[in-house]
Design a protein around this ligand. Structure first.
Ligand SMILES: Cc1cc2nc3c(=O)[nH]c(=O)nc-3n(C[C@H](O)[C@H](O)[C@H](O)COP(=O)(O)O)c2cc1C
Length: 445
């Protein structure tokens, strides 16, 4: 992969604006341009976006305090100041512009800018009146007089409910300004040892340009407007796959049922409470994804006649259940161009998404191999959810991975993140093999 910021260290400062969430997508796109990232956050920014989101994306600890020392004793913001090729502050609040204009080093971003000879790109975002205020304008002009690039905000609807100039500039405009700011400058500190430390377990961004759809969590099948049939899935495994894929540069659509863990903000999240909603979301994502990982625990049965009003206890209750659609099997049939009996009926999707299923079993895993063949998936991740340290709600998982080529790999007890990364290694290899195979004559998308 080569981008316009290949090998550059970009320090991304995020301050306490409602637009702070847009910095997540900006970080992802800077990484897709080949940049390494060190995120710096003001205290207020952390009320808008969690550092964990940036840490997952950048595989570096966020710096949020000018007093912070690195594990080796170096002063955090000075290391960033000395090694960053460019500092980008996006979004920049009115308060931050004022602090920087005055040279007031009371947050980690101003401290870094003051200590650095790197070019600085500032993208303000605020309410229209705030941006129009003479104090803010004078502060922005002051920053320009330091040689900083100010990427002016755009006009449109604002968080205040009003419309006006104050919206954070688009990621394209900010990245364009960053590329111009570093053009012709040598990389300041190419040696990894001089830069702020990266997570030793960081993976290469080998999934840039890949679109991965992941389902996570359980479904809730309504009995009446307030009651449902659910299951114990926490969504941890699917969310771990989504987070790992994002960290490796993929575009991720996370189709989330009921989950009890935070969702990665850089994913496109589609909420799907019931098996029917999940089916619809999966079938929509299928034709435009490179891989589909079905880690959700979808109900196998649902009440045939959900009541429209809340049932009274005195009425008693006998539920008639009907089977739900097997979403993975249906997605697989569409991907392979088969009808319900397995006969070719239409052209397969091309490129055909790599299909990964999960099978939560209790006891022996013999049924998993039959499931893999019946559903024609590329990989089936089987686990015994009754085993300690495995399955629902747990941080770890011991799985056996079965592949369409007949291989069966029992993996040791691993964190769900490690399971996710190993699984993505297999998915990446399958996508590469698929892309290297000769294309069939018929192309449907
Ligand atoms: C919901 C909400 C949204 C805000 N959005 C902005 C904004 O877009 N721009 C801005 O300058 N201040 C905004 N503020 C005010 C800043 O968060 C506040 O001035 C804070 O002190 C900024 O701190 P920082 O510059 O250290 O991040 C907002 C406050 C709230 C409560």
């Amino acid at each position: 992969m080569s981008g316009r910021l290949e090998g550059r260290l970009v320090a991304l400062g995020v301050t306490g604006s409602i637009a702070a969430y847009k910095a997540v997508e900006l970080a992802r796109r800077l990484a897709a341009e080949g940049a390494e990232l060190q995120v710096l956050m003001s205290r207020a920014a952390q009320a808008f976006v969690g550092p964990l989101t940036f840490e997952t994306l950048t595989r570096r600890r966020v710096m949020a305090d000018p007093l912070e020392l690195l594990a080796d004793g170096r002063i955090g913001h000075v290391v960033v100041a000395d090694t960053a090729d460019v500092i980008v502050v996006a979004p920049a609040t009115a308060r931050w512009l004022a602090a920087m204009a005055a040279g007031l080093a009371d947050d980690v971003i101003t401290a870094t800018c003051l200590a650095s000879a790197a070019p600085v790109v500032v993208a303000p975002a605020m309410d229209g009146e705030m941006w129009d205020h003479p104090a803010t304008r004078a502060n922005a002009a002051r920053l320009q007089s330091y040689g900083y690039t100010v990427v002016a905000p755009e006009s449109g609807p604002l968080a205040s409910g009003q419309s006006g100039v104050g919206r954070l500039a688009s990621a394209e405009r900010i990245i364009e300004a960053v590329v111009i700011a570093v053009a012709g400058r040598p990389v300041r500190a190419p040696e990894a040892a001089l830069r702020p430390p990266a997570d030793a377990s960081a993976r290469e961004p080998d999934l840039v340009g890949r679109r991965i759809a992941v389902t996570a969590g359980g479904t809730a099948e309504p009995i009446d407007p307030v009651r449902f049939i659910g299951n114990r899935s926490s969504g941890r495994m699917g969310v771990a796959v989504a987070a790992a894929a994002l960290a490796r540069g993929a575009e991720v659509t996370l189709i989330a049922g009921s989950v009890s863990v935070p969702l990665p903000e850089a994913a496109t999240v589609v909420r799907a409470a019931t098996s029917a909603a999940m089916r619809a979301a999966v079938l929509e994502a299928l034709p435009v994804c490179d891989a589909l990982v079905m880690a959700a625990a979808v109900a196998d049965f649902r009440p045939r006649w959900p009541a429209e009003r809340k049932l009274q206890r005195t009425e008693g209750l006998t539920l008639e259940l009907e089977p739900t659609t097997d979403i993975l099997a249906e997605a697989s049939r569409i991907a392979h161009g088969l009808d319900a009996e397995g006969a070719p009926t239409r052209e397969p999707l091309h490129p055909r998404p790599v299909l990964v299923g999960f099978a939560a079993e209790t006891g022996d895993l013999d049924r998993a191999a039959a499931k893999l063949a019946r559903k024609r998936v590329d990989l089936l991740v089987a686990n015994d959810v009754s085993e300690p340290g495995s399955g629902f709600g747990s941080e770890t998982n011991r799985v056996t991975v079965l592949a369409a080529d007949g291989s069966v790999e029992p993996w040791p007890l691993l964190s769900k993140r490690e399971v996710a990364d190993r699984l993505l290694d297999r998915v990446a290899a399958l996508m590469e093999a698929r892309d290297a195979a000769p294309r069939p004559a018929e192309v449907t998308r």
